[in-house]
Design a protein around this ligand. Structure first.
Ligand SMILES: Cc1cc2nc3c(=O)[nH]c(=O)nc-3n(C[C@H](O)[C@H](O)[C@H](O)COP(=O)(O)OP(=O)(O)OC[C@H]3O[C@@H](n4cnc5c(N)ncnc54)[C@H](O)[C@@H]3O)c2cc1C
Length: 452
């Protein structure tokens, strides 16, 4: 306390005695003054939302009286989620991971068991048939699944963080009552934003919607749509009034069996091969007016908001993946493989790499859980989510790549999972905003804070 006061007092004195800022001064002296301006590195940021910030027990967060806890401190519910999913993934998913990757197909029994485990309605309130848990519980679940299979993880992630959240946040009470019980128990969802000509520049989308006498008609193509083979429920972004540019973008609900809906092509991919990724065509697909999600022309806002949150899920997928790759290799070098009369994990050159990698994973996880907690508390989390996704995907790529080398030839063959983790890691830098797009977001928000 005393040393803090010693540091702060001279700063306060300097601030009090500094001359008043003249109206005109050179650019250089302005820059010099800015550099001297004291600024605390950390502070309690302003709330972003007035609603939404409730604890798992439904009590509002009181940020002023809340006792800070270690970032990895979980509530009983969150810990239960970690334990249950970890067991489910190890016992039920692990035996099928290699086969699902080779066949590029998600076992329908796994999808069904994800529903049975309550993993498809994590944040859906109990009154709509969901598990009624918090956002961090969803993040815990996504991470634990990715530790064993990033493909199952992304299916659960997209369904929960993008699709369920879209209905919860922007749906009418009528549509919540209609769709949420299905999404929680038996219907997989997809999120259709990207198109052949619009990826990073998502709002340049060309899919059009027009009004009909009793609803809307959608025409166009979507590309790279996760879950499209398993899903029956699609959130589709289309432009209702291209003359307004991105302000014409509107979100609709489309069911798979609607006339004019077709899956045109299933992609063959480098990684997350059990997760389906398809091109979808919409040929004059007619939907009733009740399938409008939220308000006309607000689709772009919904997409931005959902992807900001969704990024924390992808970051968790990447930290789970990194941990899975690290553990797989650590077990091998510390238990199985001997060279020069010792376990290869006994050599210092190997130990230091394992220690560095684990430290990187822990740092990435801290970013992920900090972003999740900030979102849950109603604080501004956009920069945190972008940093978490950027860093977690970098760590996942690095650790899973190095893990192959730690295992030597055994890391390179398709007998084990080491090479798969690395292939799966590449997607982290691409979907829900590429790494360059995350850097752009981080830089834009920093510039706003530090300029002027
Ligand atoms: C397996 C998979 C699953 C997916 N799932 C879904 C889904 O469920 N729903 C959905 O809507 N979409 C989905 N996507 C699409 C995904 O979000 C896009 O691939 C992503 O946004 C990047 O778009 P793009 O592939 O067109 O790359 P591009 O936008 O063409 O980017 C190519 C390169 O240019 C860089 N670049 C682009 N703009 C800039 C810029 N302004 N500054 C600097 N660099 C830039 C990018 O960083 C990248 O390196 C999925 C994609 C894949 C591969």
């Amino acid at each position: 306390m005393a040393s803090l006061a010693r540091t702060l007092r001279p700063l306060a004195r300097a601030a009090a005695s500094s001359p008043r800022t003249p109206l005109t001064r050179s650019v250089l002296s302005r820059a010099a003054l800015r550099q001297q301006a004291p600024r605390c590195l950390s502070s309690t940021p302003k709330r972003r939302y007035d609603t939404d910030n409730v604890t798992t027990e439904g009590e509002p967060y009181d940020l002023d009286t809340m006792t800070p806890t270690p970032i990895f401190h979980f509530t009983e519910t969150e810990q239960a989620m970690a334990d249950t999913v970890s067991k489910f993934a190890a016992e039920t998913i692990l035996p099928k991971v290699r086969e699902m990757d080779e066949s590029e197909h998600m076992d329908p029994a796994i999808v069904e068991q994800c529903f049975e485990q309550g993993l498809m309605g994590i944040e859906i309130p109990e009154k709509y048939g969901g598990a009624g848990m918090n956002f961090t519980s969803a993040i815990v679940g996504i991470e634990e699944l990715a530790r064993i299979d990033p493909s199952v993880s992304v299916m659960v992630d997209v369904h929960n963080t993008l699709v369920n959240t879209a209905i919860l946040k922007y749906g009418t009470e009528e549509s919540r009552k209609k769709w949420l019980p299905q999404l929680a128990t038996n219907t997989v969802g997809s999120f259709c934003l990207s198109e052949p000509a619009s990826g990073s520049d998502a709002f340049a989308l060309k899919t059009k919607a027009e009004k009909t006498s009793n609803g809307y008609k959608i025409s166009g193509s979507k590309m790279w749509i996760t879950n499209s083979m398993e899903a029956n429920f699609f959130i589709v972004f289309a432009n209702l009034d291209p003359s307004k540019g991105y302000k014409g973008i509107t979100a609709f609900i489309v069911e798979k069996d609607t006339k004019g809906f077709s899956i045109a092509k299933k992609e063959k991919k480098l990684g997350i091969r059990a997760s389906s990724t398809c091109v979808i065509n919409f040929d004059d697909v007619e939907v009733p007016a009740s399938n409008l999600l939220g308000k006309e022309g607000e689709g772009y806002k919904y997409a931005i908001g959902l992807l900001n949150e969704g990024r924390i899920g992808i970051a968790a997928q990447m930290t789970g993946l990194a941990l899975g790759a690290w553990e797989n290799a650590a077990r091998y070098v510390w238990n199985d493989r001997k060279q020069f009369g010792s376990l290869v994990g006994e050599f210092q050159g190997m130990q230091f790499q394992l220690a560095q990698a684990y430290t990187d994973i822990t740092a990435a996880r801290a970013l992920v859980y900090n972003a999740a907690r900030k979102k849950e508390a109603g604080l501004d989390f956009v920069r945190d989510a972008a940093m978490a996704k950027l860093f977690a995907s970098q760590v996942a790529g690095r650790v899973s790549g190095n893990a192959i080398e730690w295992m030597g030839g055994m890391g390179f063959v398709r007998e084990g999972l080491a090479e798969k983790y690395w292939r799966d890691s590449k997607i982290g830098a691409i979907y829900e905003g590429t790494s360059n797009i995350q850097l752009q977001t981080i830089a834009r928000l920093l510039q706003r804070e530090y300029s002027g």
